[in-house]
Write a protein of this length. Structure first.
Length: 125
């Protein structure tokens, strides 16, 4: 039985809308939330995606390189980010038993290394 499911706010990314919608006019920005989801179960705590690493928000060029940092704009408000969001729930990274990544893009697995006690799952492809 699941005890709770929580949506965690992990910042936002802004980029060229044409990346998702090729018919969009050039120069049109699109801003999307970066989310993580916590499932609390009697057998453990599962985190689905871990968001963007805090260093990526502080200095995107140093963390991801100039190409990626030049394409995306990174936004993270006070209290956002996976660790801060877990803290609001009274949890720390070591409390997470499983991490499930939808895929390995930087905005989905950026904080994986923080969850040293968790078993990590991702699709084979």
């Amino acid at each position: 039985m699941i005890k709770g499911i929580y949506a965690l706010a992990c910042g936002e990314l802004e980029f060229e809308r044409r990346s998702f919608f090729p018919e969009a006019p050039s120069g049109t920005p699109m801003r999307i939330p970066v989310a993580s989801f916590l499932v609390v179960h009697p057998q453990g705590k599962v985190l689905f995606d871990t968001g963007i690493h805090a260093d990526g928000f502080r200095d995107p060029a140093a963390h991801y390189g100039k190409g990626l940092a030049g394409y995306f704009k990174f936004f993270c408000g006070a209290g956002e980010g996976v660790v801060a969001q877990l803290r609001l729930l009274g949890l720390a990274p070591e409390d997470i038993t499983h991490v499930v990544n939808s895929h390995f893009h930087f905005d989905h697995c950026g904080c994986n290394a923080l969850f040293t006690r968790a078993q990590v799952f991702v699709q084979g492809a």
